[in-house]
Design a protein around this ligand. Structure first.
Ligand code: GLA
Ligand code: ZN
Length: 676
């Protein structure tokens, strides 16, 4: 994965839109990019209208000039296909390309990421443009990657999508009886007799708005529509992928993903991408753990290979409610954090700040002032120098994780479509409950899918695994029997992949590995809590309290009040050579810290390095050795005692084992282990 072995340096640059500028400006851009140590640009992200003035005409004259210019200036190119926004003429002449919203409203031309993924016109013209581009530019040996469209996403509810949905259902279920069974249509007499009785689920059919959310009366069909939309867009990606591959078989192809983006099942998508790239725009209030978790997810969807940070802002966005500046040092810190979690390239949106429309106040390498004596330009230049110094030390480096957290898109969709037991239940919150203390203890974590192999791990957490797909239970049993530690939580093992409840008691197929039976779940409102004792301290039991019976497992903690007082809340079951833990409620940060610490101790897993609070230590390992990133997220200096001899790769300083090093506020050290 990554850009592949052809590139021996960290690529550094970003989205460059010279088509928005007169040619006089281009030479100045080249000068400034060189000054900033930029070695690559992503071109042609939104130029469809310029490249294709009508059905039969392509006009590549301007792009030819741009390609020549960047080649002469020694820049590598990530070549985008421009299909993320269709031309106005196309919308006028081929209205099937326009999307329809959830309320049935057909859109007119406008915005971007606006094409219906099942529009015959889109499916004809988008790959055709990609093919034309690939044919024209295939001899440019500075093209290091292709970037299909841009941030695929959103949804469409038009008639073409409805027809395609029926075809998708035929393929998936074969018979209408099987659809009826999977959706449990005997409920409310929704039985279908013919395929064309099935309408897509939206606000005109099974959906309704409730508390500001879209809810559904039939989870099965709504879940399938999420899957279908994700698949429809994936087909669009693949159509462009295939035509580019035909012309340039050796150049890797990607599209820029968005971290925890709910609409698209990236674990499925990544199977069809040559490498993963993604756009990281943390909110100012996001914790270092939340940003790290997104990187780990993106690394995980790409089978734990390195990825490309395709976009980040050097300074500010335009679309947060309050667009705070990244404080001095923060852009470098976040870039190094991305590298620490698997990025082999660091890119910005955008190189030159645009003058009109909604992104004119979005940060850029070159500001409206056009000057190089700005704080942001200086920081970009310094980072460019740092990345140059890292050379190929981290490239294709893997994260040495013995701990995994399971994440599953189907489970995300199904859980949050579920009516009851609590609207407060959010999948990502449950994942963060466990990830945050692991991150805080500098434990490398892989975020894996239910398809992934569990055998590389000593500990597997599967928080809030409401949907336990057929076969995953067997994998978990084997993992545990072979000596692994498996941890799951309240409201897990409830339904199968059709969102149909497993009869015979919760947690369905996970009952025997966990050695418990959950009889009821009590959903607590925000201001009510139960409690339990763990390791001598009392912790809150919040949101959902599973009421359960031991069937082989040992009770570790019990509820302290209510009618289920003294019944178990945390259990552990010895299963084969391993152990299976069940945490039957949600608790607070201090509980998760203690619990995770105990689990890691039991598994014999150690953090990358012991660091003070707010200092992150993360490792990458390639054939050249292990590199440890120390990242000081604090506003103040921090001291770290090195646990092995190291050479600092940015300034060349050498440290013996046991040395104390001081990190500046927001400071970074990149240490090559064992070199002293
Ligand atoms: C996304 C898009 C870019 C740009 C940035 C702004 O990531 O891909 O085109 O709009 O957001 O933050
Ligand atoms: Zn559509």
């Amino acid at each position: 994965m990554g850009y592949g072995t052809r590139v021996k340096e960290i690529l550094y640059g970003g989205d460059y839109n010279p088509e928005q500028w007169p040619e006089e400006v281009w030479q100045e851009d080249m000068r400034l990019m060189k000054k900033a140590h930029i070695n690559m640009v992503t071109l042609n992200v939104f130029s469809w209208a310029a490249l294709q003035p009508d059905e039969d005409t392509y006009d590549f004259r301007r792009l030819d000039k741009i390609m020549e210019l960047v080649r002469e200036n020694g820049l590598k190119v990530c070549m985008a296909t421009s299909t993320g926004a269709h031309p106005a003429w196309m919308a006028k002449r081929h209205p099937d390309i326009l999307r329809t919203e959830a309320n049935g409203m057909k859109r007119k031309f406008g915005g971007r990421h606006n094409s219906c993924p099942n529009s015959p016109s889109y499916r004809y013209y988008a790959p055709k443009l990609a093919a034309e581009l690939a044919k024209r530019y295939k001899d440019y040996d500075n093209i290091v990657a292709w970037h299909v469209s841009n941030e695929f996403g959103g949804e469409c509810y038009c008639e073409n999508c409805e027809k395609a949905f029926r075809e998708w259902l035929k393929e998936r279920y074969g018979t209408i009886e099987e659809v009826n069974r999977s959706y449990n249509t005997a409920f409310w007499g929704h039985t279908f007799y013919d395929w064309d009785e099935i309408v897509l689920p939206n606000l005109l059919s099974e959906h309704f708005e409730h508390n500001g959310h879209i809810s559904t009366m039939f989870q099965g069909i709504s879940l399938d529509y999420m899957r279908f939309m994700s698949d429809s867009m994936l087909e669009c990606f693949r159509m462009e992928y295939d035509v580019i591959k035909e012309e340039m078989p050796d150049i890797p192809i990607t599209t820029n993903l968005m971290g925890f983006y709910k609409n698209l099942d990236y674990q499925k998508w990544a199977n069809y991408m040559d490498f993963v790239s993604w756009d990281s725009y943390p909110m100012p209030q996001d914790t270092p753990a939340e940003t790290a978790l997104n990187h780990d997810l993106m690394r995980g969807v790409g089978a734990q290979d390195s990825f490309v940070l395709m976009e980040q802002t050097p300074s500010v966005t335009n679309w947060h409610p309050y667009n705070r500046l990244k404080r001095p040092g923060v852009m470098r810190l976040l870039s190094m954090q991305a590298a620490a979690h698997g990025a082999d390239a660091i890119q910005f949106f955008q190189i030159r700040r645009t003058v009109g429309a909604c992104e004119k106040f979005h940060g850029a390498v070159i500001d409206h002032a056009g000057r190089e004596d700005t704080r942001v330009f200086r920081e970009i230049t310094e980072l460019g120098r740092d990345l140059e110094r890292l050379g190929d030390e981290i490239l294709e480096g893997r994260t040495p994780a013995e701990t995994a957290i399971v994440f599953d898109w189907d489970n995300w969709w199904a859980l949050e479509y579920s009516a009851g037991p609590s609207i407060r239940m959010k999948y990502l919150d449950a994942v963060k409950d466990y990830y945050t203390p692991l991150h805080g203890q500098n434990i490398p974590v892989d975020i894996i899918s239910v398809e992934d192999d569990l055998s590389p791990y000593k500990v597997v957490f599967a928080p809030l695994l409401y949907m336990s797909k057929t076969g995953f239970d067997e994998k978990l049993r084997k993992f545990t029997a072979d000596g692994g530690i498996f941890v799951t939580t309240y409201f897990s093992g409830i339904v199968d992949e059709h969102d149909l409840v497993y009869p015979g008691g919760y947690p369905g197929p996970l009952k025997n590995v966990l050695g418990i039976w959950v009889e009821e779940q009590d959903a607590l409102p925000e201001d009510e809590k139960n409690a339990f004792t763990y390791g001598g301290c009392v912790y809150p039991a919040e949101m959902l309290c599973d009421i359960m019976h031991l069937e082989g497992a040992e009770g570790v903690s019990s509820y302290l009040k209510d009618f289920y007082q003294d019944t178990p809340v945390i259990t552990v079951n010895s299963y084969g050579k391993g152990k299976a833990w069940y945490v039957g409620t949600r608790s607070d940060k201090s509980f998760y810290e203690e619990f995770v610490k105990d689990i890691m101790k039991e598994a014999g897993i150690h953090g990358v390095m012991a660091t003070p609070e707010g200092v992150e230590a993360a490792a990458r390992k390639n054939e050249k050795g292990t590199v440890i990133f120390l990242l000081n997220h604090n506003e103040k200096e921090a001291e770290v005692i090195l646990e092995s001899g190291c050479r600092e790769l940015l300034d060349g300083a050498e440290y013996e084992c046991g040395s104390a090093v001081t990190l500046a506020p927001k400071g970074v050290m990149v240490l090559k282990k064992g070199e002293v």
